[in-house]
Design a protein around this ligand. Sequence first.
Ligand code: F6P
Length: 346
Amino acid sequence: MAEIRRIGVLTGGGDSSGLNAAIRGVVMRAADYGYEVLGIQEGWKGLVQGIARPLSVEEVREIITVGGTMLGSSRTNPFKKEGDVDKCKANVEALGLDAIVAIGGDDTLGVASKLSELGVPCVGVPKTMDNDVNLTDYCIGFDTSVTVAVDAVERLRDTARSHRRVMVLEVMGRYAGWVALVTAMAGGADWVLIPEVEPDLDAMCNHLVKLRESGRPYGVVVVSEGIEVPGMGDDAEEEVDAFGHVRLGLRGVGHVIGKEIEKRTGIPTRVATIGHIQRGGSPTVHDRYHATRLGMAAVDLINKGEFGKMPTFLGGEIKVVELTEVTSKIKTVPQSLYEEAMTLFK
Ligand code: F6P
């Protein structure tokens, strides 16, 4: 194995709280091995353009409390534009990088996996508030996001109670319903709609009416931005990013559901979409602790020469998985967990 002297670290995709904790873990562990660390700016864009700067222990010492990412992020996909992969390879040489830690979700990790196969030594770290990275129980940012969303449920329930209304809360989560499901269960919401399960609007509305008739004239419904409602947005022009993802927030699915509830039940209904509020703010203890450990574990992999891999939390322990397997599919909510949640809607 070639001697490691300098490593790069980057954060790609949508930001989430806990990224700085992971960067700090990387820099601290790298110091143990005597590696220099370069912070590659704005995800893969920084590698395509060769923009990176040294990161010192002093600089990262206190960033654990800060939301966002000190490196910046982007949704740049070097495999999308001809010549960009060659630019990445050339910049790895020019910057003198012996390995790269790529912190990101499915898309960022997919690039890391492919670059590894092309001879650029990469390791991954799982990050996404969506919590949908395969082969890990934990993704950086999820805990902070659901903490924010649960707080929103509680605030919405207060105003719903005052006005005897239904409040619909639309949360992020793209193709996986983890954020919505955990928010609904932990926030004590009255219904949840997730992309993995076809929405049963009749069942939801009957439940809300039953609640009202039983003397509880208000409720909170949590809706994941990625649900499909028949007939919705068929003629809408959908904007996609470099990885082909539609901007789901623009579809306004929460409002579609809110209108349906009002139309079908006659219960006054209002809608709140918290969007990117879920992605910012100081990370929770859970995110700080786990992100730190994953950042350190990623550097341990580099030290062992285990490229094309990712440290992961499985069953409470740090394990190592192959990036090709990680990126072969996303982790969605199992039907059994959805059924557990349904038990709570009484
Ligand atoms: O993948 C993370 C995520 O926050 C999704 O939940 C959401 O659909 C998307 O990013 C929003 O992306 P952007 O920051 O580009 O609006």
